[in-house]
Design a protein around this ligand. Sequence first.
Ligand code: FES
Ligand code: FE
Length: 373
Amino acid sequence: MAPAIRPPETAQALPREAYLSQEHFQKELERIFYSTWQYAGHVSEFPTTGSYKRFAVGDVDLLLVRAGDGAINALHNVCRHRGAQLVSDGTGTCKRALTCHYHGWAYNHDGSLRGAPKMGGDFDKTQFGLKRAHTEIWNGCVFVHLGDQPPTPVRESLAEVVWPYADLDRAKVAEVATHEVETNWKICWENALECYHCAINHPELVRVFDQDGDAGGADGGDDYVYFVNPLLGDSLSVTLSGNLESKVLFECTTPLDEARGFFQWHTSTFEMVASPDCVAVMTYTPLAPNRTRITQTFLVPEKAEAGTDYDPGTLFELHKLAREQDNQLCTSVQKGVTNPAYVPGPFNDIYEVENLRFLDVYWKLMGDTSDLF
Ligand code: FES
Ligand code: FE
């Protein structure tokens, strides 16, 4: 195999084709989204046996299902008879079995085939369980991996992350905000990796976030970054006031002003902005070369009650506002890179260092792309 090629200058943005080409997009699905751990949800989204949630990326459609033994199984949402999609809604509960609407084959919560009407005495049900993907839970976050081979465990990849929220696995989803944006997924991610744009685009955010601040904390090598969120002055949370806006906080294992985490895992294309009162999880799901679904999931401690302990309008307001501002920026960049006049420009070597690290990981995962450029 020919050696992997990369852009001639790594200290610059990606070539135009990387944002526009359908062929390149397909390779990204295969080499990144079908081949690395992806965040799929939080354990609290599976409260009872039979609770399920869909996870779809590219052509892949998985069903994550809570089984009677407590495990969360990732099952391909395709019937082993003639291939019908088993479930078409996003979330729900199937108490006893997943039953195919076409001819009635029924599957247990672990994917094994439970019954197949009138298939005869010789039919071996054990051969027709639903296909499975790998799952792993890290601090209550459910990850899936679509590869055939057992992947490196999440806990091993993230062994050095000292996560300061002892009870994130007992959090609950307070709200989910979904945005479909006319932009390539990498443009979203590149935007999230730097705050060079903050001063002129996020006037509210920079009142609490120190874009020039030294981000202390652990730095996890090439594949991810975790650091203490440099907030200004006495700010403790990513809220408009900078104050904690909930009476119920996560159980923090460090002083509150060190428990402001910012975590980006480059290969998993998800990030968390964590404050003692709210952990916001962002995912960037590619829909097409020029279209991305951005999901913001707001996790709060399980005992925090909306309206009593916090006002959702206040607690999540700055996160949502900054997201809307970033969506505009990402749309604008997609328009720009679509213009044939676009050529990659240089990164700022102080403020856009993480962009370089992301591209290192990106090219490592993409491998040989000489067929594409
Ligand atoms: Fe599912 Fe026939 S396709 S039972
Ligand atoms: Fe931004």
